[in-house]
Design a protein around this ligand. Structure first.
Ligand code: MG
Length: 366
């Protein structure tokens, strides 16, 4: 029987601004999920202001009952968040009611379904204050670059490469996707993945076994009740070891602390800092953060999670990310420090520019 991993994440309210959910809200979500008979096991954690629910079951991807379970757990958490007066209570539950599939309703969703290997190992990545394109570079390096993935040279199965599915998230009329095979189409892949806001990795598959290695919570930019969704706070499931990269090869690119979109008001550029599970955010409502946990699963039952960035190595990377954050913040609103006009999450600048438009005058030629 196949095992399904469903990882669903939402911001349903936080303390002190966009910092972290309260213990009571987390407890409400945990209690709701723990009471379910649908799932085999679960693990719940927070990163920044988001709560993530990892569930195992045998019901397959996009299962209505599983998605409804997560939605109702978040609704229960929202009730507590409102009672406590938390900031942004229920903010990611964009629809008034659940309707069949939680995708497109606000929360981020990543799911994998597979026949378990005898030692099935996987990694859960969860980020806050950034968007799914933040994973483009680490997934490219972890699955297609021998500088980070030595298995591409050393493992006969991995030497056959991987197939990437990329989504054009700006295309709103249906899912517009392309498949590219590496290493043969490596440069084509780079051409797309350089544009983190438009072309985003959705999945990665082993060329040797056709098994899915990666699922990212990538969705096109839906427009529900005038609100763009599918952009923020992405999660990823990565199967590791065997025909897939080793855990450390998946983690390796995160030592770059590369610059991503997000940070303050979702409108700036900042370094992606690898942090411990349940970390908060702070400086300039950031910096953008990512946590990683390792699990094994047997007959659908999860082990406890191992916090993969809770190691002395990552302390120095956090210092590096801090220095990179300060470096780009030194130029405030100027140039590369902020996102382009199309990607700003607040309309204030556009309104100001429209007002100023009327005051521009074209000089008469001399
Ligand atoms: Mg968030």
């Amino acid at each position: 029987m196949k095992t399904t991993l469903s990882l669903i994440k939402a911001d349903i309210g936080s303390i002190g601004g966009h910092v972290t959910p309260s213990k009571q809200v987390l407890a409400a979500v945990k209690n709701y999920i723990a009471g379910s008979k649908l799932i085999l096991s679960h693990h719940i954690f927070s990163i920044g202001d988001d709560i993530a629910i990892l569930m195992t079951h045998n019901l397959g991807k996009n299962n209505e009952a599983i998605h409804r379970l997560a939605w109702c757990a978040f609704e229960d958490g929202t009730r507590v968040a409102k009672e406590q007066g938390l900031y942004g209570a229920g903010q990611d539950l964009l629809a008034d009611a659940f309707s069949g599939n939680i995708r497109g309703l606000g929360p981020a969703v990543a799911e994998l379904e597979f026949e378990e290997r005898p030692n099935e190992t996987f990694v859960v990545l969860a980020a806050d204050k950034t968007d799914p394109g933040a994973y483009n570079l680490p997934l490219y390096l972890g699955f297609a670059d021998p500088m980070h993935n030595s298995g591409l040279m050393l493992s006969p199965k991995m030497s056959q490469g991987f197939r990437f599915t990329i989504m054009d998230v700006e295309h709103t009329d249906g899912d517009r996707v392309i498949e590219l095979k590496v290493p043969e189409e490596l440069y084509d892949l780079a051409c797309l993945l350089r544009d983190n806001q438009r072309f985003v990795v959705e999945g990665i598959y082993s060329a040797a076994t056709q098994e899915q290695a990666v699922a990212v919570s990538t969705t096109r930019l839906h427009n529900i009740a005038g609100t763009y969704t599918g952009k923020d706070d992405p999660v990823v499931l990565v199967r590791v070891q065997g025909e897939f990269p080793a855990t450390g090869e998946v983690l390796s690119p995160f030592r770059i602390a590369h610059y991503v979109a997000g940070f303050m008001r979702g409108s700036h550029v900042g370094p992606l800092m690898p942090v411990k599970v349940n970390s908060t955010v702070s400086y300039f409502d950031g910096p953008p953060v990512v946590c990683a946990q390792g699990f094994c699963v047997r007959n659908g039952i999860l082990t406890e999670g191992v916090d993969l960035f809770d190691h002395p190595f990552w302390d120095s990377i956090r210092v590096k990310a801090t220095e990179k954050a300060i470096a780009i913040r030194e130029q405030g609103f100027s140039g590369a420090a902020m996102l382009g006009m199309n990607e700003l999450e607040y309309g204030g600048i556009k309104e100001k520019l429209e007002k100023l438009e009327t005051r521009f005058k074209v000089r008469e030629k001399n």
